[in-house]
Ligand binder design. Structure first.
Ligand code: M6R
Length: 608
């Protein structure tokens, strides 16, 4: 996720672009830049780091131009660096582009343009856009942008300026947000409304493939056929703070709802039905994998819970033994690490001190370390042997939600890749799993519809002192995550237990009225789980179940039930965790807790 802005008016563009970007930093903040058209030249200033670095540079330059574009970046293709920052330009700097999204076919386009003599400086997917526009430019910027975008696959919101048409800004979107701000004799484009709210409350909310031309005549909108279209002006009535959360009350709720997209983005270009699994630049040969005698998955908190699912996925699909461990324990337990060990570290932030220590120790002992992280350029990503990024976009709420589901997806991708290389699954089996994975975003979307039921449940139970989460197999892994979510944001004491373990002690805690959440979505263990539920019901517990659609039989032993769509058992955690995230969110809200910033917690734990 990145943020883009653009300005054309009668004021100096640079300060207005920076101001707009400051309202979009929630979308990414690893580098920033602007391009200003002034005295017939495009001037680009861009640098790695937070927006204040860019501001310092701009203070030295004091651009006067009143047309420009700007960008705040959350790296996906290419680490955060000055050269990878936006805006990007063609070689002779006559065209400049800011972009939010992912151009999926950028490698093909880059190759094609290279064949035509174009040169590339950065590792980004975006750099193909100004060059493609250049290729099609014959004196009409809109025409060239239309032709260029017709060749682009993936998602984009772009703003384009051109030296030869110094009073024109062209923009368009597809699957990435873009709005147009309509001020008095000044116009803006932006990824989100807060960027323009200090200047106007009148905006156009663009739809996919609607093209915008801003020039001395004002704003003109076109459809793909280059026919002029009209659009209703949307009057913004809410404040900037609410807008940043896209109408959601909190970042956590917004991030819960972003999960279908985050899952889709993480699978993009890695899971395709007609090609082999791609693990980005990572390469394991069959010999490499046969040489690995064990895998350790090591992480903390929620990332550890994703690792627990990862263990099952890798063992079942790729038949390699996996141990999963908490980083702070692993590093002191004298684990057996050799050149035959593969360590997979999982970390949303890529900065967790214990996880980083495991990575360093593992490398010192000769192990190959594969990092799964959400932050390009983080310490973990820089130091690991191989990196697989989760493309969840910046996660602001302390409680991890979208990062967790994308970590699960990364685990499946790794497991499938290993299975494909080792030949432990047939092509048909791999195809079936891939098909089911591609359906996950839709199934998660459907599961989000249970929010009202969960809200009602929360309003009845939020005063509880304790809550128990039960599950077996993969459901136990998800129960652990559900329990962590509840305790960290609602401060309700909760425990997760493996259903079969209850009778070995924990069942002593169950008494009349004890609230239990039981997961019954691991089909292989469902019947056994029903027996465990009966054990707690007999002792007076009230049980809410998370069951698979069609499993009406389970209702008999439950006080209430949330049904989730069916998928392959191995993939079910991606769906079954959704009601648990919503449940903890609504419990915490009912209690009046600050869900985005729970007490005593930090988003990234960079100390031991
Ligand atoms: O950035 P990391 O994934 O390494 O962070 C690990 C944990 O600190 C993190 O998952 C934590 O448990 C979350 N607050 C859970 O919601």
């Amino acid at each position: 996720m990145c943020g883009i802005v653009g300005y054309l008016g009668n004021k100096k563009a640079a300060p207005l672009l920076v101001e707009g970007l400051s309202k979009l930093e929630y979308r990414g903040y690893d580098s920033a830049g602007v391009a200003i058209l002034e005295d017939g030249m495009i001037n680009v200033s861009k640098c790695k780091g937070r927006l204040k670095n860019l501001e310092e540079r701009l203070n030295e330059k004091s651009y006067k131009g009143s047309i420009g574009i700007g960008h705040t970046r959350w790296a996906t293709h290419g680490e955060p660096s000055d050269v990878n920052s936006h805006p990007h330009t063609n070689s002779d700097v006559t065209i400049s582009v800011v972009h939010n999204g992912i151009i999926e076919n950028y490698l093909k386009l880059r190759e094609w343009l290279t064949g035509k003599g174009y040169e590339f400086l950065s590792e980004t997917d975006t750099e193909v856009i100004p060059n493609l526009v250049d290729y099609y430019y014959k004196g009409d910027l809109l025409e060239a942008v239309m032709k260029a975008t017709s060749k682009m696959e993936g998602s984009y919101a772009i703003g384009v300026i051109c030296k030869n048409e110094p009073n024109k800004l062209v923009a368009v979107r597809k699957d990435s947000p873009l709005i147009v701000g309509l001020g008095e004799d000044e116009y803006f484009i932006a990824s989100d409304i807060p960027a323009v709210l200090n200047h106007t409350r009148d905006v156009y909310l663009l739809e996919d493939k609607e093209f915008v031309v801003i020039d001395e005549k004002g704003v003109t909108l076109y459809n793909e056929e280059k026919e002029e279209i009209t659009k209703e002006v949307y009057k913004v009535t809410w404040n900037a703070d609410a807008a940043e959360k896209e109408g959601y009350e909190d970042f956590m709720l917004k991030e819960i709802h972003q999960q279908p997209k985050a899952i889709k983005d993480t699978m993009t270009s890695r899971i395709n039905l007609d090609s082999k699994i791609a693990l980005d630049k990572i390469n394991f040969t069959k010999e490499d994998l046969n040489n690995i005698d064990r895998i350790y998955i090591v992480a903390c908190g929620t990332a550890y819970h994703a690792g627990v699912v990862g263990k099952t996925a890798i063992e079942r699909l790729a038949k390699i033994p996996v141990e999963v461990d908490i980083a702070s324990e692993f590093r002191y337990r004298e684990p057996l690490i050799t050149e035959k060990t593969l360590i997979i570290v999982v970390s949303q932030s890529g900065e967790t001190a214990d996880t980083l220590a495991v990575l360093r120790d593992g490398k010192n002992k000769g192990a190959r370390v594969l990092a799964v992280t959400n932050v390009v350029g983080s310490s973990v990503s820089r130091e690991a042997t191989d990196v697989l990024y989760t493309w969840a976009g910046p996660e602001i709420a302390v409680a991890s939600t979208k990062a967790y589901v994308t970590q699960l997806i990364a685990m499946y991708i790794i497991a499938l890749y290993f299975a494909e290389v080792k030949g432990t699954l047939s092509n048909e089996e791999i195809l079936e799993i891939k098909k089911e994975m591609l359906e996950l975003p839709e199934k998660v979307e459907e599961t989000l519809k249970h929010k009202e039921t969960l809200q009602k449940f929360a309003s009845k139970t939020y005063m509880e002192k304790d809550m128990f989460f039960l599950g077996r197999g993969l459901d136990y892994a998800v129960a652990m995550e559900g329990s962590l979510k509840l305790k960290e944001i609602s401060y309700i004491h909760s425990e997760a237990y493996a259903g079969g373990e209850l009778k070995h002690g924990p069942i002593a805690l169950i008494e009349k009225g004890t609230e239990v959440v039981a997961l019954l979505t691991d089909e292989n263990l469902r019947d056994k789980m029903v027996s465990n539920i009966k054990e707690v019901v007999t002792r007076g517990a009230k049980v809410m179940g998370i069951a698979l659609e069609g499993d009406t039989e389970s209702e008999k032993s439950l006080d209430s039930v949330i049904y989730i769509p069916k998928t392959l058992t191995i993939l079910t955690p991606v769906i079954s965790v959704i009601p648990l995230q919503l449940l903890s969110y609504y419990m915490a809200k009912q209690k009046g807790c600050d869900v985005d910033k729970p007490r005593n917690l930090a988003k990234s734990v960079t100390v031991e």
